[in-house]
Write a protein that binds this ligand. Sequence first.
Ligand code: MGD
Ligand code: MGD
Ligand code: SF4
Ligand code: MO
Length: 729
Amino acid sequence: MAPITELSRNLLRTCPLCEAVCGLEITLDRDDHVTSIRGDKQDPFSKGFICPKGASLGHLDEDPDRVTEPLIRDRATGVRRTATWDEAFDYIAERFPPIVAEHGNQAAALYLGNPNAHTVAGALYLPVLIRALGTKNLFSASTADQMPKQVASGLMFGDPLTVPVPDLDRTDYLLMLGANPLESNGSLCTAPDFPGRLKALRRRGGKFVVVDPRLTRTAKLADEHLFVRPGTDAYLLFGIVHTLFAEGLTDVRVEVAGLDEVREAAADFTPDVVAARTGVSAETVVRIARELAAAPTAAVYARIGTCTAEFGTLTQWLVDVINVLTGNLDAPGGAMFATAAAGGITRTKPFRTGRWASRVRGLPESMGELPVATLADEIRTPGEGQVRAMVTVAGNPVLSAPSGARLDEAFAGLEFMVSVDRYVNETTKHADVILPPPRPLQSPHYDFALLQFAVRNYARYSRPLVPLGDRPSEGGVLARLGAALTGRPHNGTGDQDPLTMVDELVIAGMLHKAGIPERRPELHGETSTEQRLDLMLRLGPYGEWNGGTLNLRVLLDNPHGVDLGPLRPRLPEALRTASKRVELAPAPLLADVARLRAKLAEEAPDFVLIGRRHLRSNNSWMHNVASLVSGTNRCTLQIHPDDVSRLGLGDQAVVKSAAGTLTVPLEPTEAIMPGVVSLPHGWGHDGSTQTVAKANAGVNANALTDDSVVDVPSGNAVFNGVPVTLTPA
Ligand SMILES: Nc1nc2c(c(=O)[nH]1)N[C@H]1C(S)=C(S)[C@@H](COP(=O)(O)OP(=O)(O)OC[C@H]3O[C@@H](n4cnc5c(=O)[nH]c(N)nc54)[C@H](O)[C@@H]3O)O[C@H]1N2
Ligand SMILES: Nc1nc2c(c(=O)[nH]1)N[C@H]1C(S)=C(S)[C@@H](COP(=O)(O)OP(=O)(O)OC[C@H]3O[C@@H](n4cnc5c(=O)[nH]c(N)nc54)[C@H](O)[C@@H]3O)O[C@H]1N2
Ligand code: SF4
Ligand SMILES: [Mo]
């Protein structure tokens, strides 16, 4: 612990940078600048764990290149000037509503980026903004990420937020595919100190197996690593399902529908058939199936490497089919559902996809969203319903969506664009108006989204550590933006402040739904945002109005966080399927098996591209912190040395795909399979005003990924297994 003097003070908050939700202890000087950051040892969940990104939150917090005031860009000259908040919202209110008035609601599109999953503003104020705009052109990073898992879970369990996570701290056997938590710190599996939890698994005598085309740091920690051909995990998992049935190893312990259909679907995916495609031998497939069945408890977990692939949804489905068949779904040590303190399931009707389709390509809606892989089409294709105006919130799709260059051009042709973002970057450079969020330390923090996927039930709330001054909170920005975009009063104060109005409306709606009579009860909290959280906690599964004790006061009194115990079984209560059983063989997924089968007959490409992550990076937006980008260049193409010599490559290579061409520096390594190359995404900083990032620009991996290819059931982008050719530079 740092010495505390009267010139500094130590404060607590949750790290907002990745899904691990670590508790931080932050020292601020008298002028509210961060002087040091440590892990919070008293946080019952993260217990003092911290990574290099969390430790550099202070640099992000006050990055000298960040946007601090609204920016308006002159369309004629391209020059940006600062503006007051009133001026910026007036500017939007004059230009955006007329476009919608003339061309209809569909002329407006929204793109929501990843940090929205980490902010209070994203959780509480985006839903209102989305509803206000009334457009079907809603896009987000979800369809460049986890939509396959949500579609599979939605179809199997009835709700796309009912996603099982491996019970990391109790399992005896973990089979992990396409995830690298030693770099990413975990995803759709909220687990601070994921590495420590994996080591503990091995220490207690458990087994840990990693399936990845690369020998990653996570794979090195495992008992066993299996190289797999990119994009073929669904075959591998089908081989395991086939074996479980063939050898009579199934032990189903939850109520299911569709068991026979799954057995039938798996019949022709014999270990020999799948071995030829995946590169994992038939004996290994059989052995892994037997080990999963024999382990006292076991969990299969698969993440981004398998989601952003051609058969993403089938793979995610088969993960939980195996969890069910081995008796491990909803059982301690298996794959379980968290019980979050706030923001749990509200759905009453079973989930389905395709309630509407995208205009140009007819791609199905999932969770109210259309695939980001077709955003450029919707902007560029003329006709009724063409997107002419765009709002982005916390996203950089030019670097993060497939065929990024097409989106770059598409954004340039918009009639109007607004971005809520802390930087001028490759996407927001196109915006007419940029509205900055406050410093992270000026924002409250509660993990509405990530605690739904935690490996232990837990809650923690952090108040803003630094006062806002006279600028709006990010929630306030979104509430005022929603008003300005839809031609409602946006400069009100007091009762007429759009933020207060939104909150009071939501609070009234929640009270009504909960059957709480007319008079609005007193709620804890200094702001209407805090009062909404208080109400959610009170009505939640541990809430004081629901037989428990939890409310905001309890969280304020426990600033290190509150442990709510190990995961506990939630079936059948958590199910929202029509049958009130786990649907093992949903029709849309069985239908997609035909596509998987057809692919078996096709020849595999010589070279395929995959992605990767590095501990000191985070998608596209942490490359402006010198301490995180120093050292060797990380935007390199990993390639097996045998491939380098076979193709006669030098230090660089020209990589060509159906979508584009890049020249990239090579990083020969035996840690990657022959025939596979890996390039990280989030680089290619050309349009940015971030000085450090520009000096370490790298290339945009998504110049190579192809937006015309998607995972069919979810419409998700395909980043892994992209066919490429390589030639000397
Ligand atoms: N090839 C390839 N492409 C990929 C992936 C891959 O593995 N390979 N991964 C995909 C995945 S998993 C994801 S999640 C997406 C991410 O896709 P995006 O979310 O589009 O991209 P990010 O780089 O995360 O951009 C985040 C933006 O939010 C801004 N920001 C940061 N904090 C805040 C805040 O508090 N408020 C606001 N308003 N803005 C903020 C940053 O400045 C940045 O502009 O990329 C996807 N793209
Ligand atoms: N340091 C850091 N942390 C992050 C992020 C970051 O950019 N940097 N991003 C955050 C975000 S938005 C997300 S979604 C999470 C993602 O978290 P993870 O899912 O853990 O993501 P990665 O670290 O990219 O690991 C994916 C692994 O999949 C492998 N892979 C690629 N293709 C295939 C395939 O076809 N099959 C199999 N079996 N494996 C394959 C890759 O080699 C890679 O090792 O990380 C989050 N945390
Ligand atoms: S692991 Fe994630 S949450 Fe924890 S300190 Fe690092 S970036 Fe923050
Ligand atoms: Mo992500």
